[in-house]
Each structure stands twice: as structure tokens, then as C-alpha cells.
Write a protein that binds this ligand. Structure first.
Ligand SMILES: NC(=O)C1=CN([C@@H]2O[C@H](COP(=O)(O)OP(=O)(O)OC[C@H]3O[C@@H](n4cnc5c(N)ncnc54)[C@H](O)[C@@H]3O)[C@@H](O)[C@H]2O)C=CC1
Ligand SMILES: O=C(CO)COP(=O)(O)O
Length: 317
């Protein structure tokens, strides 16, 4: 039986979808939140109005989760803390359900898992999907990346539901870099739209952002096909074009000069910094990522960032 750690938007949505297909346990660290969800049979904070299926069990006791894979649906920058606090799940597969790069170490989700739980097979579930869409039963397609093919195949089976079609790859770096970089590009696109620079500018940022994603991923040994798939191009397309994306909305607020609620999970903010540091170390050119860091730090405004990007030396595409 699958367990989901973290009753935020994504963890709850996955548990709802899995619970419509079979049994699942959703764990949250906050006993009061669990009690409220047991009572209401919904996650009123994150997905109000979407009823839990009967086969979704709730728990605040991570030592009592049933056998089976464990999905880790906590933000990237909290993954290490969560694993530090959680019990040892032995050799059960641990599936990261977060997107980004750890700021303090430059590590990807599965690298953090491998360091914290060396005995557990590590995988990542990523790709274009809004929690609201998954929870409402709308069709979605995701990528499950696992270096071990046998484990990956078993996870692909157990994570497929009536509305989630799971594709599989062994190209873990490709899937992870796609999911990390697309959030940074969504901030850039949001900032451009927020500042009134138009859809043509957005298309340019998406395309050149894809080039940055490719440069970093290929340098890490990823396959180009992975980046053209759901976890790369697919998620870039979704996140850079939808107001449902928190990264895009964060960018919008920068472009409009408005405040943004700091409690909202915006993975691209810390990840932009982490990617910039890694790119510099690897001598990879990532000018849009640099611009996003400048925007977040307040060292650049959107007009100046765009002017810098447009005045770079002319080159072949
Ligand atoms: N919301 C969405 O539509 C999607 C989110 N994701 C990814 O899922 C990940 C999580 O995002 P959301 O669920 O949307 O965020 P969220 O902000 O809704 O929820 C995060 C949850 O993690 C829990 N948490 C934080 N630190 C923890 C710790 N140390 N131990 C245990 N639990 C902890 C929080 O209590 C909260 O319930 C992100 O990496 C995001 O990119 C992926 C696809 C879709
Ligand atoms: O990852 C997502 C869609 O695939 C969710 O995007 P946001 O984190 O920007 O809301």
C-alpha cells in the first residue's frame, strides 16, 4: 500500500487520486491538521470542497505506515529535515514528489534521499500537474524516474490511477533538472507578463529557458529526450503559461511591483540561487537564471533584466 508524507496541496491531491484507485495513507506531522481532516474528510486548507475517497486513511504516526512505497510530498528545501525526523522505512522505495535543488548543498531530491537513506531505492515523481487538477480527477500525465528499472516499473504500476498516467524513465538527472529549471523560468515569465512585456517576450523566455535547462541537464549526463518530455518541456509549458502556478504568480507580483505572501511555496526562488551557484561552478551559461536571482534580490528590475538579456552578444541559436 502506498503512503504519502505531507498533506500539502500536492501530497493531498496524490492521496485523493490514489485513494480512488485503491488504498492509501496520507501522513501529516501536525496532529491537529490530521484530526481536522479525519473529521471533515477534506483538506480544507489546501483543497477545499474536494472530498476524500473512503479508501484514503489519515495518520500522524509515521512509525505505523503500512508496507509499500513512501511518497515524500514536502517542499525541496524541507526534504532533508523531513527525512531527518521521519522513522527509517528500511528498503521501501522513497519517491520524491518535489521539484528543485537544495540551496545548502546543490543536491537534487534523489541525491538528498540517497544521502539520508542509503538503503532505500530513490525515485522522483514529476511532470506537469496542478494539485487542483489531480484532485478533481482531471487527466494528467507524470514521469516516474528511477535509476533501478525493476523498482521503477513497480512504482509506475502502483502510482497509476484512473486520472494519472505514469510514464517511466531511468534518466533521473534529466527529470530532476527539468522540474527544477522550469520553476525558475516560470518566475521569469510571470515577471515579464506582470511588467507588461507581452506574450512574445514570454515565448522567448520559455524557449531560451529551455536552452538553459538543456545545457545544465546534458552537462550532468541527462538525455535530451527526457527534457523534451513531460518533466522538461511539458512542465515548462504548463507552469510558464498558467495563473494556477505559484512560481508564475510570484513572478507576476515582481513584475507588477506587488507584495507576495511569503508563506506560499515557491520552489523556483531558492532553486534559482542553487542553480546559479551550480552553473557558475560548472561554467554553464544561464543568463535567465541569473536575471531571476537579480529580480528576487531586488538588484534588477524587469526592464533592466530584459535589456541585459537583449544586449548579450549575438550568436547562433
Ligand atoms: N501544488 C502543486 O500543484 C504541485 C506541487 N508539486 C511539488 O510538490 C512539492 C510540495 O508542494 P505543495 O504540496 O504544493 O506545497 P504546500 O505548501 O501545499 O505543502 C507542503 C507541505 O509540506 C509539509 N512540510 C513542510 N516541511 C515539512 C517537514 N519538515 N516534515 C513534514 N512535512 C513538512 C507542510 O506542512 C505542508 O503540508 C513542491 O516541491 C512542489 O513543487 C508538484 C506538482 C504540483
Ligand atoms: O509543479 C507544478 C506544476 O507541474 C506546480 O507549479 P507551482 O509550484 O508553480 O504552483
Amino acid at each position: 500500500m502506498t503512503s504519502v508524507i505531507g498533506a500539502g496541496a500536492f501530497g493531498t491531491a496524490l492521496a485523493i487520486s490514489l485513494g480512488r484507485a485503491g488504498t492509501v495513507t496520507l501522513w501529516a506531522r501536525d496532529a491537529d491538521q490530521v484530526a481536522a481532516m479525519v473529521q471533515a474528510r477534506e483538506n480544507a486548507a489546501r483543497l477545499p470542497g474536494i472530498a476524500f475517497p473512503d479508501a484514503l486513511a489519515l495518520s500522524d504516526d509515521a512509525t505505523a505506515l503500512p508496507e509499500g512505497p513512501v511518497l515524500l510530498a514536502v517542499p525541496m528545501q524541507k526534504l532533508r529535515d523531513a527525512l531527518r525526523d521521519l522513522p527509517d522505512f528500511g528498503t521501501r522505495p522513497l519517491v520524491a514528489c518535489c521539484k528543485g535543488i537544495e540551496l545548502t548543498t546543490g543536491q537534487s531530491p534523489t541525491q538528498v534521499i540517497a544521502e539520508m537513506r542509503p538503503d532505500a531505492p530513490a525515485a522522483i515523481l514529476t511532470g506537469p500537474s496542478f494539485a487542483q487538477d489531480i484532485a478533481r480527477g482531471l487527466p494528467t500525465a507524470l514521469t516516474l524516474a528511477c535509476a533501478d528499472e525493476t523498482t521503477g516499473k513497480a512504482l509506475q504500476q502502483s502510482l497509476t490511477t484512473p486520472n494519472i498516467r505514469v510514464y517511466r524513465t531511468t534518466d533521473v538527472p534529466g527529470a530532476e533538472i527539468g522540474g527544477a529549471v522550469k520553476n525558475v523560468m516560470a518566475i521569469a515569465c510571470g515577471a515579464a507578463i506582470g511588467a507588461g512585456l507581452g506574450d512574445s517576450a514570454r515565448a522567448a523566455l520559455m524557449t531560451r529557458g529551455y536552452a538553459e535547462m538543456q545545457r545544465m541537464a546534458l552537462a550532468l549526463g541527462a538525455q535530451a529526450d527526457t527534457l523534451a518530455g513531460l518533466s522538461g518541456f511539458g512542465d515548462l509549458a504548463l507552469t510558464c503559461t498558467s495563473d494556477l502556478s505559484r512560481n508564475f504568480r510570484f513572478g507576476l507580483s515582481i513584475g507588477r511591483g506587488e507584495a507576495f505572501d511569503p508563506s506560499v511555496t515557491v520552489e523556483g526562488a531558492a532553486t534559482a540561487r542553487a542553480l546559479q551557484a551550480r552553473a557558475r561552478k560548472m561554467q554553464i551559461d544561464m543568463p535567465i537564471t541569473d536575471a531571476v536571482v537579480g529580480l528576487i534580490d531586488g538588484n534588477l528590475d524587469v526592464g533592466r533584466a530584459m535589456a541585459l538579456l537583449l544586449s548579450r552578444p549575438l550568436k547562433e541559436e
